[in-house]
Write a protein that binds this ligand. Sequence first.
Ligand code: HEC
Ligand code: HEC
Ligand code: HEC
Ligand code: HEC
Ligand code: HEC
Ligand code: HEC
Length: 338
Amino acid sequence: MNNRILKRLLLVTVLLLPAVGLVPLAPGRGQEPAAKPRDPAAWGGNHAGQPVPEYVQGDECLFCHRNEIGPSWVKDPHALTVRYREASPEVEALLTARPDIAKLAPEVTHYLGSRHFLRLLKKDGYGKFALASVQLQFPADRQNATRTGTWSGSPTWDRQTFAIRCAGCHSTGIDPENRTFSGFGLDCYTCHGNVDLDHTKDKSLVWFSKKRRSDAKAITSICAQCHLREGKSQSTGLPYPNNFIAGDNLFQDFKVDFARADDPSLNAGDRHIWRNVRDVAVNGDESIACLSCHQLHGDSIQKHRRVLRAPICSECHAAEGSFKEVRQYTVSSPLCGY
Ligand code: HEC
Ligand code: HEC
Ligand code: HEC
Ligand code: HEC
Ligand code: HEC
Ligand code: HEC
């Protein structure tokens, strides 16, 4: 057989294969509802109600990973979401702006919120915080080095709310029995899971290593444990998951209403998350997941520009034409109180 005929034959085979079903046609990226939705709870297992494992803590991880992860981690919203008061000295002056808040100030030990809003916390025994009912809103322009902001709410300490409404997404390792956290802020464990120290020899043992970041279902569960802010744990009734550990199937115990993905009244910041989670978990379309667009360490969306156009793009851009225009939106959440 000469070369030209061979090429022809190859071409014909390539063209015919999809038609005879040997090579599946590439699915539409970020497709509209699939013909057969899948049960999001069908795969894997979960740890609802079991004790929190003795996980390796962040300072230990950073002992070995300080060079590549350390520099961006100290600025990461996940790390900063709850922090010691001393970590934000620029807020100090704002605590005296209102006399009633100045009265609370001596008791404040930690802050909650890193980018737009700030809440005041007071250590209240092992693994517990009291939450003040006041909230500081930073101005939209955050370039300004001298911090300003506006206070709202009443200056009273609430000892219940943090544990039963906030802890699961703003702190780490919540005991399913008494709702105490084992670390404040979000430790490596919340995303990387219960890390086996043998991962130094076999990287596939740790979630999100270069060798273990392609399982779209599992990764979506990991990010969605906190980023679907309207779900409810079936076993506890609380608005955050029950002892979720990276690798678990979130939807076995955490119940959510996927119709939110189509709700036009929801802001695009939250809705693109609902939509992406629904596409993966219910429609079985794994072509686009959080990490197609987000780079977590370093907090970058640079890579989202290289994704092929898909329906999810129109959450923030026009359905056709240039990507230059970006829809403006304001993130808000009744659960988080802003
Ligand atoms: C189901 C998980 C979840 C629960 C429960 C939760 N939050 Fe949040 N919270 C988040 C996520 C995710 C964000 C970031 C959302 C974004 O910016 O898109 C956030 C953001 C915030 C912010 C804004 C931070 C900033 O500066 O932008 C504040 C303040 C906040 N939460 C307070 C609370 C409080 C107080 C509670 C309890 C009453 C609470 N949250 C409960 C997940 C949760
Ligand atoms: C909120 C989720 C989250 C938390 C918390 C988190 N990581 Fe990651 N990590 C990721 C994701 C996602 C990746 C994949 C690469 C990326 O997006 O940055 C990753 C990648 C890594 C990598 C591989 C980097 C590479 O070269 O690809 C290391 C090492 C790492 N994380 C260490 C840590 C350590 C140490 C901590 C705690 C101090 C931590 N991570 C906390 C989500 C997280
Ligand atoms: C004793 C030192 C040590 C400790 C402690 C440690 N690691 Fe590692 N980690 C390593 C080494 C060594 C590698 C392999 C690095 C390589 O080959 O590039 C690695 C690899 C990784 C990777 C994959 C990086 C890649 O290139 O894909 C991730 C993710 C990671 N570690 C996260 C963590 C987290 C999270 C913790 C804490 C729970 C932790 N490590 C604790 C030494 C450590
Ligand atoms: C354990 C809870 C938790 C997990 C898991 C988690 N996040 Fe977050 N995420 C938060 C909270 C809380 C904030 C807001 C922190 C703040 O500003 O106080 C946040 C903020 C963010 C932001 C906003 C950053 C910015 O600068 O505007 C992005 C993007 C994000 N998360 C992506 C992810 C991705 C992708 C994953 C999965 C790899 C993930 N998160 C996993 C809780 C979580
Ligand atoms: C198609 C790309 C794409 C996918 C998929 C995607 N995101 Fe985003 N996301 C973006 C872009 C781009 C932004 C930045 C929007 C901005 O800065 O106005 C963003 C913003 C965010 C924010 C910040 C909202 C805010 O303004 O406070 C969070 C949190 C977030 N994404 C989480 C996630 C999670 C979790 C997933 C997976 C379930 C996900 N995203 C999937 C592109 C994507
Ligand atoms: C959650 C909101 C959000 C989603 C979803 C989103 N984008 Fe974007 N996009 C942005 C924001 C914000 C910018 C401007 C910041 C930047 O340049 O990254 C942007 C900028 C861009 C740019 C650069 C435009 C220019 O010429 O300056 C491209 C290209 C782009 N997006 C493509 C996409 C594609 C492709 C998708 C779908 C796969 C998508 N975006 C989904 C928010 C989003």
